[in-house]
Ligand binder design. Structure first.
Ligand SMILES: *Cc1c(COP(=O)(O)O)cnc(C)c1O
Length: 377
């Protein structure tokens, strides 16, 4: 069994993907080909925003958003303590100070009450200027944007949606990557919508930011590529990745998001009477199930459990083993000071189970039976 079965997906989409890749090789339009422009249009339409700008990866997407907002030294950027490193790395790379905020035990997403407390504390201390909230759609479920937006408005903060894992999810049918003033996603192969290498995208309704981001992504270009009006990056999505994504986006829209939701329902139904804590999707929210993450009972030895499952051919992962504020990179900085007891607890007990659109009911049962057997022993 695969944790995320990209081989199976390729077998299903092989003809179209092979054709798409061959066309790029034939045309040799490797950089900024028509497929990139077409994909950007398709992505913007799917998400329901005015602009989509593709780039080299999801990390650059976050950096480009922060560059467009001129975030840097002296600025505080609020980031969940339970997320992938890039969510906090990018603000720090720009010179800003990430302020890590605890998450909710049920949804794994940023706790809006603790967010407001953290903002007030930073204002009171007066050392940093609150500027941005990075809300992460962790494991596929959008963050609680009604509450977060309210807080951002109240304190005049910009909202950056890190939708690297949330692409395809929604709240009341409004799509993930449409909630931030700017939103970003990643096309890393294992993400809900992945390409065959690195890739990313930025979404916004704001014309001025979109234009700035297009400039920053190509060496700070002005009227043309060899007119450079600001210091930027070289961060583009390859044409071959765009061509692959066009094929995969179609499957994603047609059936893959539905399929992962079906797998999630099977897991939830089969595990509901166990001592394992299951992921909660809020009412009117849809998750794109980047991960199906459960919480193990306290007495379970996670390392031993993973080894046992692996022996039976069942791969599992731990996202994430370490709170952001305890990462070595933040040691000795103000970002290392955070009060995040929920994150600390989650890091010790979470376990991500195999999850992808091509999982069968037999696959799910195999995982569930092995898990229940080990847990109840
Ligand atoms: C994967 C991920 C990123 C970074 O994306 P890359 O394409 O790997 O650079 C950022 N934030 C979150 C939450 C992610 O899961």
């Amino acid at each position: 069994m695969q944790f995320r079965d990209l081989k199976q997906q390729y077998q299903v989409l092989k003809k179209d993907i092979d054709n798409a890749m061959t066309k790029v090789a034939t045309d040799c339009n490797f950089i900024s080909g028509q497929q990139v422009k077409d994909l950007e249009k398709e992505l913007a339409e799917y998400v329901g925003v005015k602009h989509c700008i593709t780039c080299a990866n999801g990390t650059d997407a976050l950096t480009l958003a922060l560059m467009a907002w001129n975030i840097g030294k002296g600025d505080a950027v609020f980031v969940p303590d339970f997320t992938f490193f890039a969510s906090g790395e990018c603000p720090a790379l720009e010179g800003a100070t990430p302020v890590f905020v605890d998450v909710k035990e049920e949804t794994y997403n940023i706790d809006s009450e603790k967010l407001e407390t953290a903002i007030k504390r930073v204002i009171d201390e007066g050392k940093y200027m609150p500027k941005v909230v990075v809300a992460v759609d962790l494991f596929g479920q959008p963050a609680e944007y009604d509450k977060i937006r309210h807080i951002c408005d109240k304190y005049n903060l910009l909202l950056l949606e890190d939708g690297a894992q949330g692409f395809g999810g929604s709240i009341n049918e409004k799509m993930a990557c449409s909630f931030g003033d700017i939103a970003t996603t990643s096309f890393f192969p294992a993400k809900p919508l992945g390409c065959y290498g690195d890739g990313g995208a930025i979404f916004t309704d704001n014309d001025q930011w979109a234009e700035l981001i297009r400039s920053y992504a190509v060496h700070g270009k002005g009227s043309m590529k060899y007119d450079n009006v600001r210091i930027g990056l070289n961060s583009r999505l390859d044409t071959i990745q765009a061509a692959i994504l066009q094929v995969k986006l179609k499957a994603f829209k047609d059936y893959e998001v539905d399929a992962v939701n079906k797998v999630a329902r099977m897991y939830t139904e089969a595990l509901k009477n166990s001592s394992i804590v299951l992921p909660v999707v809020l009412e009117n929210y849809v998750s794109s199930w980047a991960q199906y993450t459960v919480q193990l009972p306290e007495e379970i030895d996670r390392v031993a459990l993973q080894a046992d499952l692996k022996e039976r051919g069942i791969p599992t992962m731990v996202y994430y083993p370490k709170p952001m504020h305890l990462q070595g990179a933040f040691e000795g900085t103000d970002s290392a000071e955070a009060d995040c007891s929920v994150t600390a607890k989650l890091c010790k007990c979470v376990l991500a189970l195999p999850m992808h659109p091509y999982m069968t009911e037999e696959n799910v049962n195999e995982v569930v039976n092995a898990l229940i057997e080990k847990i109840s022993k």
